[in-house]
Design a protein around this ligand. Structure first.
Ligand SMILES: [Zn+2]
Length: 153
């Protein structure tokens, strides 16, 4: 399994959310000033992903210049250029809003935090230590899984 951390420039924020759903550490950053962006990429060993043509490659960190505005194409390009994969173990392990690793939440503890229907039909829950959001295998995960399947091919 290849490890990779990403630094996404703000205009491509949607990609960050999807990388998090895949389980990768993806943070957003402004491109002004560029020097700060570069320092952070270097210090935290992150791959810079951007559509901003002013961001230039360096020997100190990697830059992926996204060619497409299409999300699927962007994700495919990132997977191809980095060699990172989509795997079941990693996917859905991270809060897509906070970029924090989710913790398993015992079913008994989430009862008042999820809709009754969800509580009665789901067995496994996770919570985000940062925002407190409760996650379960809901429809948007299903949709994400379908997207992942198309990206794999
Ligand atoms: Zn969160």
């Amino acid at each position: 399994m290849i490890e990779a951390k990403f630094l996404i420039t703000e205009e491509s924020g949607r990609v960050a959310r999807w990388l998090r759903l895949m389980g990768y550490d993806a943070v957003l950053a402004a491109t002004k000033p560029l020097s700060e962006l570069y320092q952070r990429a270097y210090r935290e060993a992150r791959i810079v992903v951007t559509r901003n043509s002013q961001v230039s490659a360096s020997c100190l960190f990697r830059v992926i210049q996204l060619r497409s505005v299409n999300r699927d194409e962007q994700l495919r390009q990132i997977l191809q250029e980095t060699g990172v994969g989509i795997d079941e173990q990693r996917a859905f392990s991270r809060c897509d809003q906070c970029n924090v690793v989710l913790q398993e939440a015992p079913k008994a503890e989430v009862q008042d935090q999820v809709p009754p229907y969800v509580f009665s039909t789901q067995e496994r829950f996770h919570s985000c230590p940062a925002c407190g959001r409760i996650y379960w295998a809901a429809t948007h995960w299903q949709r994400a899984r379908e997207l992942f399947d198309t990206l794999k091919t």
